[in-house]
Design a protein around this ligand. Structure first.
Ligand SMILES: [Zn+2]
Length: 143
């Protein structure tokens, strides 16, 4: 989470909404890391989680990230939660809750939907305050 927060902070400094993500292998080594890059890439899907999952799949040579952990500073949205399930990520560690668009337990819970063929273990609230502070500072600076 420390690394994800660093990535988020750097993204915020370059004008992106400050969200960072890291994918850990089953052994706990860093497979991939990414920050939100929607503005730089003019890509509505360039969320930190999507970019990190893509990079992890490329690093592993596999579209399934069995046994892997995704660490992200903010609760993933519906798009990212869907991608996390498709990637068969074992565990999601998230920082701050996203009460408006979160899809991992707040607004909806895509990653633990019993109707899907894969459920993700969720641990929430890790260094949530720091993650939230980055977002709050970013959005207050824009007003
Ligand atoms: Zn997302």
């Amino acid at each position: 989470m420390a690394r994800a927060l660093e990535l988020a902070r750097a993204a915020g400094e370059s004008g992106e909404v400050p969200v960072g993500a890291v994918v850990l292998s089953p052994e706990g080594t860093v497979l991939a890391e990414a920050a939100n890059a929607r503005e730089a890439q003019h890509d509505p899907t360039a969320h930190a989680e999507i970019r990190a999952l893509r990079a992890a799949g490329a690093a592993l040579g596999d579209s399934h990230l069995d046994g892997c952990t995704l660490v992200v500073t903010l609760e993933p949205c519906t798009m990212c939660a869907g991608a996390i399930v498709l990637a068969r990520v074992a565990r999601l560690v998230l920082g701050a809750w996203e009460p408006r668009t979160g899809a991992c337990g707040s607004v909806r819970d895509v990653v633990r939907d019993a109707r899907a063929n894969h459920q993700v273990e969720v641990r929430a609230g890790l260094r949530a305050r720091e993650s939230q502070d980055l977002l709050t500072a970013f959005f207050s600076g824009r007003r």
